[in-house]
Design a protein around this ligand. Structure first.
Ligand SMILES: [Fe+2]
Length: 312
């Protein structure tokens, strides 16, 4: 018994960040330990389960022909449509068998160094709550639908799974160089809002896109946004929009391309040449960009979500 607990503690030992690293000061709730993991998943109510089902059905109608095959296969494989919010203990055995990843519940946004530590150990932290029926489309913090529906299916893909683990390991270095925003932009434009150029046409794979009814359509079919081939150095210098539809989406050919472009890149040299803050606006198109579509930016120019602009 005590051996099991010791082994668990060692696996969840979170290294402290570098002494000069800056990170957002988040107040840790008293009931979680240094790894910020909830002792157990929330007991969701029937209303919560109904919200999951509504969101699931809506995306299930939108995503075929829009999301990449790997995402749709992952949804099937993990059987995320059992009815209601999935129990992690039901998903994890299959996920772990496929790629060694597991999903773990956390109470809220967690500190960067803790997030990186979990990713580096193939654990994906997921919100332990779900949005309300009155707010189906807008959430301030990632909830279990965004985290599990959006992120977890692709963790069944071996190459994407390796990318996510490598990202977790890369976090420590970004903190040492105090360039977390740059690494965050890479996550944003790949893991959250990435597009893929497939033999069947342009598809979405980012969790922020595939979990949003509006952005699933806008990212692919909108006239406003730019669609530009991913260049890691460029993306790490590009600002992004946190609570609105993106002004630019970055496109990869495959997860192999994404993995090779990051794993084989010496980030030290990027960090050494980066100024703090971002060099390029979210709407920017550079001469050196490989552009698929140059957007009209009509949506952003009309003021975006804050002005109630139509997402065209
Ligand atoms: Fe996310």
């Amino acid at each position: 018994m005590s051996q099991t607990i010791d082994a668990r503690d060692a696996a969840h030992d979170v290294p402290l960040p570098h002494e000069n690293a800056f990170f957002a000061p988040l107040q840790k709730p008293a009931h979680v330990g240094p790894d910020w993991l909830e002792p157990k998943q929330t007991e969701y109510t029937s209303e919560d389960d109904a919200v999951w089902d509504i969101l699931f059905e809506r995306q299930a109608n939108i995503l075929p022909g829009r999301a990449i095959d790997q995402f749709l296969h992952g949804l099937e494989r993990l059987n995320l449509h059992r009815g209601g919010v999935p129990r992690f203990e039901e998903i994890n055995p299959e996920l772990e068998k496929l790629t060694g990843w597991t999903v773990v519940p956390v109470p809220m946004l967690i500190p960067d160094h803790v997030f990186f530590h979990h990713l580096a150990n193939r654990r994906f932290p997921a919100g332990n709550f779900i949005r309300k029926r009155e707010n189906l489309d807008y959430i301030q913090e990632p909830d279990v639908f965004h985290d599990v529906f959006g992120h977890v299916p692709l963790l069944t893909d071996p190459t994407f799974a390796r990318y996510m683990e490598a990202y977790g390991r890369a976090g420590e270095k970004a903190m040492r160089f105090n360039r977390l925003k740059a690494l965050g932009a890479l996550y944003w434009y790949t893991v959250e809002f990435g597009l893929m150029n497939t033999p069947d046409g342009m598809r979405i794979y980012g969790a922020g896109v595939v979990s949003s009814a509006e952005e699933s359509v806008f990212a692919l079919e909108g006239k406003s946004p730019n669609r530009i081939h991913l260049n890691v150095d460029r993306v790490m210098r590009t600002d992004y929009l946190i609570s609105d539809l993106q002004a630019s989406y970055f496109v990869i050919d495959s997860f192999e391309e994404l993995f090779n472009a990051t794993e084989k890149r010496a980030f030290d040299t990027i960090y050494e040449t980066l100024n703090p803050g971002f060099q390029y606006a979210p709407t920017a198109v550079l001469e050196t960009d490989r552009v698929y579509n140059r957007g009209t930016q009509e949506y952003a120019l009309r003021g975006g979500r804050a002005s109630g602009a139509t997402p065209v």
